[in-house]
Every structure is written in C-alpha cells, then in structure tokens.
Design a protein around this ligand. Sequence first.
Ligand code: ADP
Ligand code: MG
Length: 394
Amino acid sequence: MKIYSIREKNYEGKKVFLRVDFNVPIKNGVITDDTRITSTIPTIDYLLSHRARLIIASHLGRPEGKVSPEFSLKPVAERLSEILKKEVKFAPDCIGDEVKKLVNSLKEGEILLLENLRFHSEEEKGDENFAKELASLCDAYVNDAFGTCHRKHSSVYTITKFVNDVAAGFLIEKEVSALSKLLINPERPFLLILGGAKVIDKINMLKNLLDKVDTIITGGVMAYTFIKAKNWEVGDSKVEEEAIPVAKEIIKEINKRHLEFHTPLDHIIAQKISEDATFIATERGTVPHGWIGVDIGPQAIEEYIDCINRAKTIFWNGPMGIYEIEKFAKGTIEIAKAIAKTNAFSVIGGGDSVAIVQKAGVADKISHICTGGGASLEFLEKGSLPGIDVLKKE
Ligand code: ADP
Ligand code: MG
C-alpha cells in the first residue's frame, strides 16, 4: 500500500492541519495514560523542525455534539506542552473567526491545539461544510489519528476533499506496517484474544476475521455475550443483547471451520462492582443468578496461557475483566505477562488494552502496541481503512 508520507513534502512556513487521536483516558481532570500523546511526538517533532505552522486537532470522548467542559482538550494541551518542553497555544473552538485569527498569528515552529472536534455534531457526520471550515484553516493536511481512521468523520475523511496536500504521519505508517504483517502470511497458529466492553462495535469484524485466525479466546463483556448466546447462565453479568444473534452465527461458523474457540472455563464473580466487593471464583464457565462476572477465573487463566504459549502470532483487543478495579485486574494482567514472555509476533490494540499493558509494565516486550482498538480490528478485517484510503497515492 502506497500512502503519501510527510517525508516527501515541504512544510516550510505552511499552515499544517495535523489530525491526531488524543482521546486519552482522563480521571478527575488528570490524564491517566498519555500513550496516545507520546506516540504522535515523532510526527509533531518532524513537522516543527521542518518549520510548519502547526495546527493540531483531535476528539476526546463522546460529548455528542455539545460543548462540555469535562471533554475539553485543555489538559491535553498542558501535557503536550510538558512533553515537548514548548508552549502549546490552545484555541477555544476548532472553527470560526477567533480560531482563524489564532491560526494566522502562528509563526513557523509554533503549535496551536484546537478544542475538541466533537463539540460539533457535524464532525461525526462527516459533514462537508464543517470539513470545509476545517480545511480553510490550513495549506496542508496530515493525519496521524490511526485510532479514528475507521470513521468517515469530517476531520479524518471529508476534509481531504478540500485540501490538496495530504499525507500520513509516522504513527499511521508504523501501524499500517505492523498490522499488514498480521495479514500477509502470519506465522501459525494465529491467536485472537478478544475482551472488553464494546461488543456491538467489534463483533461484526470478528465474523470476518474467522478465515484469518486459528484460535480465539474471549473475556469481558464479549465472553458473556457468547456465553449467553450458547444459552448458558450469565447471572447479572453485563451482556450486549443486540450482539447475541451475531454471536450465535459466529459460533456456528466456528464449529463449521473447526476453529479453536474458548469462553472462560471459570470466572471471578462479585455481587457489586466496587473496590470493597467480596468476590469468589466459580467452578464452571457459567455465572450464578444474582452474581456478576468481573474477571476470568484461575482455570481460564491457565488455559489461556497455554493458548498463548502455542501461538506464533497474537492479536489482543479488550481486557479480560473490569481491570480498573485492582481485584478484578488479575486475569488481564496475567494475559499481558504471558504474551510478553512469548516469542510470538504480538500486537495489542485498544485504549484500555494498551493502558493495561503499560500498567503491567510489559509494553516493551510486545512487538507492536497499536493505538486503535476498533480501527485495528477493522484494518485486519478489510486490509485498509477509509481514513487511510484517502491518503493513498493514485
Ligand atoms: P479497548 O479500549 O481496549 O478497545 P473496550 O473499551 O472495549 O476495550 O473495553 C474496556 C472496558 O471493558 C473496561 O472499561 C472494562 O472495565 C470493561 N469490562 C471488561 N470486562 C467487563 C465485565 N466483565 N463487565 C463489565 N465491563 C467489563
Ligand atoms: Mg476502551
């Protein structure tokens, strides 16, 4: 795949609109993991040292088209400034006259971070007029927001209709090259580990990955959705009901293809989701009435580690349990450690998944840490993404 690279462009004195994915986890106003910021630094440094006038834009969370202070990118501007040891100006919006003024006063090598793109509902609709407004700020467009490339949003997709000079940043280049390795003759067995909560977002992609992988292991809400699809008891565990019909189809396909597929052999269950909850391990792969599955159990950990040890290629998205609560993080941490110990080519994708790998202190033992969850799954499914297609050379 040939995409325009920033290396082959001249940015001197140009207003460059850089779309990044600064959708970092924020708890009580504090950024708890800044991987998504640090992973775009090579591109930012390159553009600054090539004397661009740099406009940076991102989304944060799901403010649903409304201005809401809790989703402001202000804390991100501060963190970025600390990392770069350089002033980062901050614009109160991402379009409009005031923003234009700020952009026009930018000098070479200076940075302006725009406020959350998703404060405008047009962004997620891929609206052309909004995209034109964004395009009118700049002379050149660079995309390094890999985590958003599966969306045809204005700042990722539509904007490229209105800017001639487009290119991919280093992060997108790196992601594309690592994920392509999973698609082009991966060493087998190829193990897919799927957990987390966004089942509806991810399950259709899983359907299309069945002819690429050999083994699938599941955790989190993904696992409970499959367990329920098998008509097994899940108690009060969180399930995405809408995904059950697809889950049923997938189980049929898996059986037809004789793939190895696992839901957890046992679970850690609790009666409430909180730090002070008491918890026990089940003996079986089901969850009794009145209880919530919060993590995979010890037998499941053992079985999953065995799958990991046999694999030559691994892709992991989504935690095995409610890892934000220390007591329920064990399954996820053990899986992360096991992957770190293998010699398999391993790729981990997804905001939460990456946060765990950092927390487990094993990030440097993973072949590639991918900054997009849904994006990486869709890339595996389709071999490209809408936001990457628009950066391709004819
Ligand atoms: P990623 O960001 O890596 O793509 P997701 O966003 O899909 O992953 O899922 C992460 C979320 O899944 C976490 O907030 C975690 O608490 C939640 N989760 C995992 N297991 C469960 C469970 N059994 N019940 C409810 N939520 C869960
Ligand atoms: Mg997440």
